[in-house]
Design a binder for this molecule. Structure first.
Ligand code: MG
Ligand code: ZN
Length: 435
């Protein structure tokens, strides 16, 4: 059974932040994949954050003020459609099951919205997100304006509801943290399964299948993004997605994969040798990235600025590249010139939550924002070495990324995905035992 109190509390916080006015938060539309077949449905993150309601064709309306209330518009029961497509809550059951004050059929939206908007000072909405919704909401506003001679006033102020919700979503509540722990635990299990399963001469998609199998059998509704199963040279392609190369003895395999459970994403990367044993150069690069990840994770704590983990990772990688002979000069010169970006060209993390690249600004008033307890982010340094001038051949095609999901705690951080091994000795032992 889903919990309703956390969503009630989130609605109450949004209503308080609004002060006065009306917010309109529709869920995502169903989308056609071909002819009469839809893509697998996934609700809108903002809508789900506020309701926990999973069905399409639903809209949440919040009325702030002296008597704040939440109104759900959703599908009515329909025995004919439910015979084909499955059960729907229906209006009254949805209201009760999700702890909403008032509910109506979604078919009544156009009829009811002008009255709800009349004489309200402010409309909170997400303009520009969906052209059809923009037009529909403007239509309602014009209907209210048309009643001006009857003394009805339309909202004169339109504000982006996302600016309030993004700040709220940045700091996770207890239910969100518990859900993200589950998603990361299942994901760690999938990475372990992949380490056990891989053999030379398998094709990358066979490992993709192992990941998806492990996600689904633990109740994950989807992968949070399509898994990257990148062997050999493909590990240096940051958003590789073909997953169709036959793996060879001596390759490294980089897997970036995470599941989504009850709306929340995990995003985890592990890199390991197809053979079960790192070669010398592979190990050198791997240990450098692992040390960079440890340095970055040590910076994930309350009060540290957003960029502190990245800066710590860059310092370790820049020194490592100098030590390996891949960059010339001193560490500080390599950082200053940005020469390390030939091998480490992305940043060290992103917010994580309902969206894999979650809501929330990284800067406040021009400065990197300080971390606070309850924020969740990834910590994911990497190193990608393509053949090139001055690059010793023994390093060619080595691509390594190590990515964990971190919660900022009162004293530091918790890595949700720590159960997936990442020390060289632990990976090699696990793979040896599986053979
Ligand atoms: Mg990732
Ligand atoms: Zn990531």
């Amino acid at each position: 059974m889903h919990e309703i109190e956390p969503h009630k509390a989130r609605r109450a916080r949004l209503l308080a932040a609004m002060g006065a006015g009306v917010a309109i938060v529709p869920t995502a539309p169903e989308r056609l994949r071909n002819r009469d077949t839809d893509y697998v449905y996934r609700f809108d993150s903002y809508f789900f954050y506020l309701t926990g309601f999973p069905e399409p064709e639903a809209v949440l309306v919040l009325v702030a003020g002296a008597e704040p209330r939440s109104i759900l518009f959703c599908r009515e029961n329909n025995p004919e459609r439910e015979l084909w497509d499955g059960r729907r809550y229906g209006v009254e059951a949805a209201r009760e099951a999700f702890g909403i004050d008032e509910a109506h059929p979604v078919a009544a939206l156009d009829e009811r919205m002008p009255a709800l908007l009349a004489d309200q000072p402010t409309l909170f909405f997400a303009p520009g997100l969906d052209a059809a919704w923009d037009a529909r909401v403007m239509g309602w506003l014009n209907q209210v304006r048309a009643q001006a001679r009857a003394g009805v006033v339309a909202p004169s102020d339109i504000r982006d509801v996302r600016s309030i919700l993004d700040e709220m979503r940045l700091v996770k509540d207890a239910l969100e943290i518990a859900t993200m722990r589950r998603a990361a635990a299942v994901t760690a299990g999938a990475h372990i399964r992949a380490m056990r399963a891989v053999r030379p001469d398998m094709v990358e998609y066979e490992i993709e299948a192992e990941l998806l199998h492990e996600f689904r059998r633990h109740g994950a509704q989807f992968p949070a993004y399509w898994p990257i199963v990148a062997s050999g040279p493909n590990a240096c392609v940051l958003h590789y997605r073909a997953n169709d190369r036959r793996m060879r003895d001596g390759d490294l395999l980089l897997i970036d994969a995470g599941c989504e459970i009850d709306g929340y994403a995990a995003d985890v990367t592990r890199t390991f040798p197809v053979s079960g044993r790192f070669s010398g150069p592979q190990r050198d690069v791997y240990e450098m990235v692992l040390a960079a990840q440890a340095a970055a994770a040590a910076q994930v704590r309350p009060g540290a600025h957003w960029t502190a983990p990245h800066d710590a990772a860059v310092a370790v990688i820049a020194q490592g590249l100098v030590d390996l002979g891949l960059c010339a000069g001193t560490r500080d010169a390599v950082i200053e010139s940005g020469d390390y970006k030939r091998f480490y060209m992305h940043r060290t993390g992103h917010w994580l939550g309902l969206d894999v690249h979650d809501a929330g600004d990284y800067k406040q008033a021009g400065d990197w924002r300080p971390l606070v307890a309850g924020m969740t982010l990834t910590v994911e340094p990497g190193c990608y070495i393509r053949p090139g001038e001055g690059v010793p051949e023994r390093f060619w095609h080595i691509g390594v990324r190590i990515e964990d999901d971190a919660l900022v705690t009162e004293t530091g951080c918790e890595l949700f995905s720590a159960a997936a091994p990442k020390r060289v000795a632990d990976i090699e032992a696990l793979m040896r035992d599986a053979r």
